[in-house]
Design a protein around this ligand. Structure first.
Ligand SMILES: [Zn+2]
Length: 414
């Protein structure tokens, strides 16, 4: 297959000449990209992209597939974080059989695939007894979707709920191919729990994915705690911290000091701006002032790897969403000012999370890269960001796929 007149963002191919979007011809051999050359103008025998923007297939590295699509049966009554936590717990205890979790995961993966996503990391609620229900479902889904979506799972429990003996918990998660994590809360004893989690992960050579500082309380700074512990241990794997919202509310000196420590400790960050916008700074009758996300520009300036992802989908933590990374890209660009210039921000939705997740050959549109691409009819950033672009073309394994979004009617959420 040859793609003619494809506009490639500069971050995905430094070898092409100048500009932040470069017109190129892409030759695909099997499931790999064979060559990328400046556009010749010839479209004979090629698929003409007509100057449309082409990016690597998306990588959505922070989702909650086990929670997805429960909003119709258990809504968040006031849109707050506390109510989301309570509603989700109520729904989990009432409904989360293996069949229920599997049906909602299947629906979620179908949407992501149809939108052009090639890899997903999902958190899995892993406090007993849910862990023994959800992890086998995750492992079966991972196998079922292999070749279409590469799935990674990360265990999720409140930090204080981690058992003192981490052995059996780690065993269950790793038996099903997962990595470990926790939600950092401001609770007594969290330092010791975090230390034990990181030490056991280090001993087993596992990466860690944490929910950190999902709040606008400037007094909360678990990110600094994670950085300090990672440095103390000399953690050799990848520690990802999601959310990190309190940086938005912190004084500059503390935020800068914290980010310096994050860079020194080699932490990676995933920002979830759509979910954060929904939950953070929400008070009845008061217009929100601080809008979602974290200090992504200050992180990039320090060389800290930053990915941007979906987070929750139609559940009490976020009532909307469809695991559409083009939507996440568009919204994140507006919320976090990832434009003027666009720079290397397009990588935050594919190449950066792929690198953090350890997925090879997904960082460039260049010879040897996996031929998983999303082609938009949009030729310019303003065209790309102005429409939802359900008219995108998705290439997976070197061939155009014709996946359609599942109908909500297929999802029999009781
Ligand atoms: Zn999350």
């Amino acid at each position: 297959m040859r793609l003619a007149n494809a506009a490639i963002p500069a971050v995905f191919n430094e070898a092409l000449p100048g500009g932040d979007l470069m017109l190129a011809d892409i030759v695909i051999d099997g499931d790999r990209i064979a060559s990328v050359t400046p556009a010749s103008g010839s479209v004979i025998g090629a698929r003409d992209c007509g100057g449309g923007i082409v990016v690597p297939a998306f990588v959505d590295m922070h989702t909650h597939l086990d929670k997805g699509h429960i909003a119709p049966r258990t809504a968040n009554p006031d849109g707050t974080f506390a109510a989301a936590l309570a509603a989700t717990g109520e729904d989990r205890r009432a409904f989360w059989t293996a069949e229920d979790v599997a049906a909602r995961m299947e629906f979620a993966l179908s949407t992501a695939y149809a939108h052009g996503t090639a890899a997903i990391r999902t958190h899995i609620d892993s406090a007993a007894p849910q862990d023994r229900i959800s992890w086998p479902v995750f492992a079966a889904m991972k196998e079922r979707w292999a070749g279409r979506i590469t799935l990674q799972g990360s265990a999720l429990t409140a930090i204080e709920q981690l058992p003192d003996d981490l052995g059996p918990h780690f065993d269950l998660v790793t038996e099903h191919g997962g990595i470990v994590g926790a939600v950092m809360h401001t609770v007594a004893g969290r330092e010791a729990k975090l230390r034990a989690l990181l030490e056991e992960a280090e001993a087993r050579g596992l990466d860690v994915d944490l929910h950190v500082d999902e709040s606008l309380d400037p007094g909360r700074n678990d990110l600094a705690l994670v950085a300090a512990e990672a440095l103390r241990i000399g953690f050799s794997g990848t520690i990802t911290c999601g959310h990190c919202c309190t940086l938005m509310a912190m004084d500059h000196a503390t935020a800068n000091r914290t980010l310096d420590a994050v860079a020194e400790a080699g932490l990676t960050i995933v920002s979830l701006p759509m979910c954060n916008m929904y939950l953070q700074d929400r008070h009845a009758g008061r217009t929100p002032r601080i809008r979602g996300g974290t200090l992504v520009h200050e992180m990039r300036a320090r060389g800290i790897p930053v990915a941007i992802a979906s987070d929750n989908t139609r559940d009490p933590f976020y009532a909307y969403g469809d695991l559409d990374m083009a939507e996440v890209w568009r919204e994140a660009t507006r919320i976090l000012h990832l434009d003027h210039p666009v720079g290397d921000w397009p990588a935050a939705f594919s190449a950066a999370p792929a690198a953090i997740m350890g997925l090879a050959d997904r960082d460039k549109i260049a010879p040897g890269a996996v031929a998983d691409l999303v082609i938009f009819p949009a030729r310019r950033w303003d065209e790309l960001m102005s429409r939802p672009h359900m008219d995108r073309t998705i290439i997976r394994g070197g061939a155009v796929i014709e996946a359609t979004l599942p109908d909500y009617r297929e999802l029999a959420v009781p």
